[in-house]
Write a protein that binds this ligand. Structure first.
Ligand code: ATP
Length: 267
């Protein structure tokens, strides 16, 4: 079954400014997505047509979903997040109906971005011998509607997809993504920028960002975020520990006082 979550334009809550590094990707997006929306007069056909499909690929946690949301935010578009939970639908017809409903919803709320996370699980290779019949139908239906977008230049719908396994995608699907953007693991310089971004709203002092970036080779943006979250627990634990000790001291003082009063009474 196909499940979708819709975030209306203006309520996405992720902006390009929240993303550390990835400047070259942000620039490409500006040209591929924003410009056709802002200056449709420049994209009147021929070689320059509005872009209908962008594939973001790369290792897990490198910010692909974040980028997709920020693109929708920047474009003032609604964000339709599609997850494909299972092919095991008894009602094969339902899957095709869902795709039709998806595209008609997108047209209704356009400008809209249809985001397919882990697109390989939904539109994976047709060569797999165990491919389920319903999966094949979904792909065919999806491609038909997607192709329909190409012929209508006025419809503002973009299919954005993310995958860690681009080679598992069906060739016919890959071809339809006019632009494929690699989102790789961050370099030393990028890690420093991402760490700066992640900690920009926190009260932190004396952090050697360069050294931290050097020590985190191989970390993705998501790993860096987890590192910061883990580190944030430390001062919190210290505060809690102090509170516990202060309470213990107070309890002890009141216990001592009580004991002294009892003693005084006895005397
Ligand atoms: P997956 O392939 O596993 O779905 P992904 O590439 O879509 O991962 P995200 O889900 O976008 O990665 O990133 C996970 C989290 O990591 C983000 O919510 C964000 O907190 C952090 N993150 C990743 N990259 C960046 C970045 N460049 N700047 C700031 N935060 C980042």
């Amino acid at each position: 079954r196909i499940r979708e979550t819709v975030i209306p334009a203006g309520e996405i809550g992720v902006t390009f400014d929240d993303i550390g590094a990835l400047d070259d990707i942000k620039e490409s997006i500006q040209e591929l997505v924003m410009l056709p929306l802002q200056r449709p007069d420049l994209f009147t056909g021929g070689l320059l047509k509005p872009c209908r499909g962008i594939l973001l690929f790369g290792p897990p946690g490198t910010g692909k979903t974040m980028l997709a949301k920020a693109i929708a935010d920047e474009a003032g578009a609604s964000f339709i997040n599609i997850s494909f939970s299972s092919f095991a639908s008894k009602w094969y017809g339902d899957a095709e109906k869902s795709i039709r409903a998806l595209f008609s919803l997108a047209a209704k709320i356009a400008p809209a971005i249809i985001f397919l996370d882990e697109v390989d699980s939904m539109l994976g290779t047709r060569k797999q011998s165990n491919e389920h019949e319903v999966s094949r139908r979904i792909k065919t239906e999806f491609m038909t509607h997607w192709d329909g977008l190409l012929s209508k230049s006025s419809v503002k719908i973009l299919v954005l997809a993310a995958t860690n396994r681009p080679f598992d995608l069906d060739e016919a699907i890959i071809r339809r993504f006019e632009h494929r953007i690699m989102v790789g693991l961050p370099t030393l310089e990028s890690r420093e920028l991402i760490l700066n971004k992640l900690l920009s709203k926190e009260k932190v002092e004396n952090i050697d960002f360069k050294e931290l970036a050097r020590l985190t080779e191989g970390y993705s943006g998501s790993d860096l975020k987890n590192l910061c979250v883990t580190a944030a627990y430390r001062p919190m634990r210290e505060i809690l520990q102090k509170e516990i000790e202060t309470k213990k001291d107070k309890d002890k003082q009141s216990q001592d006082k009580k004991e002294k009063q009892t003693q005084d009474k006895k005397e």
